[in-house]
Each structure stands twice: as structure tokens, then as C-alpha cells.
Design a binder for this molecule. Structure first.
Ligand code: GLA
Length: 390
């Protein structure tokens, strides 16, 4: 039960057709930006850690055409169209999804770009609320579209940070930099190792056709703005303050243990996650660089356990999905599995042998559905290209 990924060209055609049928105009430009899945390095992008995501073959595409006004009229599949006044400062407003766009417009205004009025239509193959960064994909796609409309190309890092600021200020999620970096820096057949201390991405090749990355969306949804994410971030800040260091990168496990009593159980476990996850990610990067995956299952399992028990961002459905992959095991073609993204629902990532991926997906799909009554969504992906104009 592996769902195939719709080709980007097909998605672009859909966006153009929708623009024509909804606004009666032919598109003159279109932008695409992918979602992401993170292989390892979870909830440590805002702790100066390392993360190892990839852009996935699931995209948001926006087709557009200038309309000789100062208003943006924007439609999206299954949603009522919105109108945004481009001549004035943007404020948080309704509907909720419009805030991802309002924030990006405001970012361009603060860079002193005058955005001409336009009509646009948004289509997506990134599952929503699945921990696959549909919101970052929307921000980065829209920012790329605006680049086209104002005829500029921002440095990639600046565009990613503008999108992240939009998420902070307009969607009110205090996210790290992983999602927007993955959506903008993505390169075909490359994992993106992000050093979140220096803000520098480094590409790690992932081109061995015998290995596949499979995403399993539990179809249990989370909402990162409901406080769980911000609370975790605050816990890590409190932990670091108690340890008395400037950056998690300089913290050892011994230092965490030394503050255990002072911290109390919760902050101690959050801190233990951060330090151990940084170590696991560094080890996993070595494995990918060497092409030696003997340890990857242990590292991914350790990451999942730490996120479940110490960071408390997993849920029954994610644990079940990871357990199902584990049951299939190495003999069945599974190299490793863990939850991915912010958590509280969403998706798992399974590294597996390509020859077995169909069979693995069929088993996980069937067993997950039988045990939960929920139909999951499973698809395989290779690292894809980041945000670009089409
Ligand atoms: C969300 C955030 C990211 C990152 C992950 C957890 O996706 O947007 O910045 O913190 O959660 O790793």
C-alpha cells in the first residue's frame, strides 16, 4: 500500500488549471517548494544541535499572474479564496492559513519590496498536519513566488529565515530552522546536514538506489501552536540556564547529571534528550557518509525512545507504527525507524531496502489499520530539489 508521488509537472498543471478556472486567467509564473522528512536530530534544531532532514518528493505549487491592482487574490484546493491588501502592513488575521502568507508578504515589505497585485492558486501533495512541514513548504513556496513577482532572488539562507520569521510572528509557532532550510536548500539525492549552531548546511549524498526512505503518516494530527512545542522549547532553555552554559553544543552528559537534582525530573529528561540526540545525530551522519548502516537501526531506535520517554512528544499511534517496522526487522528489509518532525501525531520515517519497500509498506499499512481503525498513508521518497520557480 505504497502511495505513489504525483509528478511535479502534473501538480504544476493542476495549479495552472485551477488558476484559470477560479480566476479566469492564465498563469505567467509558478513556484514549487517541498515538504521535508527528518532522518535524525529531532527537537534539537532550536538547541544548536545537528539535524539531518531531506526535502521530499511532495510539493506545494502556486501558479500566479499579476492583476494590475494592489490586492492578492489567492485560492487553494478545498478552501475559500482570500484577498490580501498589499499596500498596507500585514497583520495576523483570518482564516488561520492566510497567516503563513501574510507573514511572508510582511517579510518582503520589510526588505522594501513593493509587491504588485496578483491572482494565485495553491495546490499541494504534502499531507497537511502530518509532521512533514506543509507550513514551511507553503511559506517557502510563497516566498519563491514573491521573488518572481518582484524580480529578485534572495540568498537561500535569507529566504529560509524570512519564512521562519513568518512562522514565528504570524503562525505563532516558535520553530527552529530545520523545516525552512530543508524546503529551500533541498538538492536531489542529497541529505541536508544542518549545523544549527553556525546555520550552515552541508550536503550528504544519498544516492544508493538499493536504499529507500519510507514515510508513514499515522493520520493522527497535531497542532504545534497548541503549546506543546513551545513548552518543550522552554524546558530546554531552562535546562541550559541551570547548567550555566551558552550553548547545548558545549554541554556533556556529566554536566547534565551534575544538575539533576536542581533540574527536577522533567527538565533533566528534556536535557538528556538534547545531549544524547546531538551525539546520535553525529554518529548517524558518519554512518551515511561511510555507507555503513550497521548501527543506524540502534541510533534511530534510540532517538525514538528518547523522544517518547524523555522528550514526551510521541503518541500511541507513532509508537505503534515504529513498532510495526521493528517487527518486520532487518531480515524483512527494515534498517531503522523512528518518529519524525514535531510529534504529537504525524509521521514516522523508516529506512529500508528498496527491494522490500512495497512489502514493508503493505504490512505496516494492514497492521496499523487493523489495530487502530485508522487508514495511514505510506509513501517512499528520495531526496528532492528545494524551492524553485518552475
Ligand atoms: C517542527 C519545527 C522544527 C523542529 C521540529 C522538531 O517541525 O518546525 O523546527 O524543531 O519540529 O525537530
Amino acid at each position: 500500500m505504497l502511495e505513489s508521488n504525483i509528478a511535479l509537472s502534473e501538480l504544476a498543471m493542476q495549479a495552472r488549471e485551477e488558476l484559470r478556472s477560479n480566476f479566469g486567467v492564465a498563469s505567467t509564473l509558478a513556484a514549487a517548494a517541498p515538504g521535508r522528512v527528518n532522518l535524525i536530530g529531532e527537537h534539537i534544531d532550536y538547541c544548536d544541535g545537528f539535524v539531518l532532514p531531506l526535502a521530499i518528493e511532495r510539493y506545494i505549487v502556486i501558479a500566479a499572474r499579476p492583476n494590475d491592482s494592489t490586492v492578492a487574490r489567492i485560492g487553494a484546493t478545498g478552501l475559500n479564496p482570500i484577498e490580501l491588501d498589499l499596500s498596507d502592513r500585514q497583520e495576523i488575521g483570518e482564516p488561520k492559513w492566510s497567516n503563513y502568507l501574510r507573514g511572508v508578504i510582511q517579510g518582503f515589505m520589510e526588505l522594501n519590496y513593493a509587491i504588485p497585485g496578483f491572482d494565485a492558486f495553491i495546490v499541494s501533495s504534502v499531507p497537511l498536519g502530518a509532521g512533514l512541514s506543509s507550513s514551511a513548504a507553503l511559506e517557502c513556496c510563497f516566498a519563491t513566488l514573491l521573488e518572481g513577482l518582484v524580480d529578485t532572488v534572495l540568498p537561500t539562507q535569507e529566504k529560509a529565515l524570512l519564512a521562519q520569521k513568518s512562522e514565528h510572528d504570524f503562525a505563532c509557532v516558535p520553530c527552529g530552522i530545520m523545516d525552512q532550510f530543508a524546503s529551500t536548500f533541498g538538492v536531489k539525492d542529497q541529505l541536508i546536514l544542518i549545523d544549527c549552531h553556525s546555520g550552515e548546511p552541508e550536503m550528504v549524498p544519498f544516492s544508493d538506489p538499493s536504499l529507500s526512505i519510507m514515510v508513514a503518516n499515522t493520520n493522527v494530527s497535531h497542532d504545534l501552536s497548541d503549546g506543546g512545542y513551545g513548552a518543550r522549547r522552554k524546558d530546554t532553555e531552562d535546562g541550559l540556564t541551570l547548567i550555566g552554559k551558552e550553548s547545548w553544543r558545549d554541554v556533556t552528559m556529566n554536566e547534565v547529571y551534575a544538575e539533576r537534582e536542581e533540574m527536577g525530573d522533567r527538565i533533566f529528561r528534556r536535557s538528556r534528550h538534547v545531549v544524547t540526540e546531538i551525539t546520535r545525530t553525529i554518529e548517524a551522519v558518519e554512518a551515511f557518509k561511510k555507507g555503513d548502516f550497521s548501527n543506524i537501526g540502534t541510533l534511530m531506535a534510540g532517538s525514538h525512545r528518547s523522544l517518547r520517554d524523555d522528550f514526551e512528544v510521541s503518541c500511541d499511534e507513532l509508537d505503534l507504527m515504529v513498532g510495526l517496522a521493528k517487527e518486520i526487522g532487518f531480515e524483512g528489509g527494515v534498517l531503522g525507524a523512528r518518529m519524525t518532525g514535531g510529534g504529537f501525531g504525524g509521521s514516522t520515517v523508516t529506512l529500508c531496502r528498496t527491494a522490500d519497500v512495497e512489502k514493508i509498506a503493505a504490512q505496516m499499512h494492514q497492521r496499523y489499520q487493523a489495530q487502530t481503525g485508522i487508514t495511514p498513508l505510506l509513501f517512499a521518497t528520495r531526496p528532492a530539489a528545494g524551492a524553485h520557480l518552475l
